[in-house]
Design a protein around this ligand. Structure first.
Ligand code: AMP
Ligand code: MG
Length: 343
């Protein structure tokens, strides 16, 4: 199969017919990768079980890992859930559309394939104009996990999507770089108190300011057992090379790179602006951004991991962000990436 790449310009007059073409693919049961504010999604008609099944096939995603359903508005969300409890209403008012996913009791319209057999469904209302137009023109909710091969770093541009999935999906809508760069925050509202299943684009602190205390999911269940949230699988978001995390200070990172050079022939570094690495041609630097500017660092995280990997480095060193604000999501993704080879 030839994967069509439709390049969008941001001009509605130019983009609309292209997005309508993509919507026709969705309606016909095909797969379209599309930009959202978080990362690129791999979309299928959520009400078509055969189309949804293909998402799992092309991603090589295990059947126990459920999908997020993307909706255009509250009415479409109502179709998918049995109820929207008061805490959900409050979060919808505060953060939707935006990078937040809610776990709610599912309705009869949601297939077991989407939920991996659970009685709950993950719903999200994206704010990205291309994602919104695609859902609107498709006239159906769109099931969409990240448009990467299972376990790989999420795609933040159309090249990343094609690197993983070219030839296996009908189309990619190329809307440039995604603005947030890490996945949505997932909050389970079927527990008491609510549970943060995955830190993401909306900081935990912002969620708690609206609905009060949220329990942070911390367990790392054994592999293969059903997970409360598959994003919590320890092996996730991993590049193909070892990721080594260091304390977030310039001297520690410098020393760690020096040590790594005694073990690895070529060492990649996610280097914050103004920090130094040993002067050695075997060091490959990805200029990550100003430390503490989490918006920028989030936008460039997956790009950096994929770019360093493409430079054939044998290990990637990276300072570990703190568990606060948007940095909590970066920390989470890096810990998972590191877990792949350190265990
Ligand atoms: P992805 O979009 O590839 O990051 O994956 C979607 C994520 O949504 C999964 O990793 C799960 O963590 C989460 N998810 C989807 N449905 C459910 C559900 N019913 N219960 C808990 N988590 C879910
Ligand atoms: Mg994913």
């Amino acid at each position: 199969m030839l994967t069509q790449r439709l390049i969008l310009t941001g001009d509605p007059a130019h983009d609309e017919p292209l997005i309508r073409q993509a919507a026709a693919v969705i309606r016909a049961g095909g797969l379209v990768a599309f930009p959202t504010e978080t990362v690129y999604g791999l979309g299928a008609d959520a009400l078509n079980p055969l189309a949804v099944r293909r998402i799992y096939e092309v991603k090589r995603r295990p059947a126990w890992d459920p999908l997020i359903v993307h909706v255009i508005n509250r009415n479409q969300m109502r179709l998918l859930v049995r109820e929207i409890p008061p805490l959900a209403e409050a979060l919808i008012d505060a953060f939707m559309p935006g990078p937040l996913t809610l776990i709610l009791p599912r309705s009869e319209w949601v297939s077991d394939i989407i939920t991996a057999g659970r009685d709950t469904v993950a719903v999200r209302m994206p704010v990205h104009p291309v994602a919104r137009a695609l859902i609107e023109y498709s006239q159906t909710p769109i099931a969409a996990p990240s448009a990467n091969r299972f376990g790989r770093p999420s795609p933040t541009n159309a090249d990343h999507v094609l690197d993983d999935l070219a030839g296996e999906i009908e189309m990619v809508l190329d809307g440039g770089e995604t603005p947030v760069g890490v996945e949505s925050t997932i909050v389970d509202l079927t527990t008491q108190p609510p549970t943060l299943l995955r830190p993401g684009g909306i900081p935990l602190e912002a969620i708690e300011s609206v609905i009060g205390t949220v329990r942070v999911f911390g367990e790392r269940p054994a592999e293969g057992t059903p997970l409360p949230s598959p994003g919590t699988a320890p092996r996730h978001y991993a590049p193909r090379v070892p990721v080594l995390l260091t304390a977030p200070d310039p001297n520690t990172l410098f020393g760690a790179v020096k040590d790594a050079l005694t073990q690895y022939a070529i060492v990649g570094v996610m280097i914050p602006e103004g920090w130094l690495t040993p002067d050695d041609p075997r060091v490959v630097r990805f200029n990550w951004g100003p430390w503490g500017d989490w918006d920028t660092l989030a936008r460039r995280l997956f790009e950096g991991l994929r770019w360093l990997e493409s430079k054939q480095v044998h290990a990637i060193l990276c300072p570990l962000p703190p568990a606060e604000g948007l940095a909590r999501a970066l920390r989470d993704r890096l810990e998972r990436a590191a877990h792949e080879v350190n265990s």
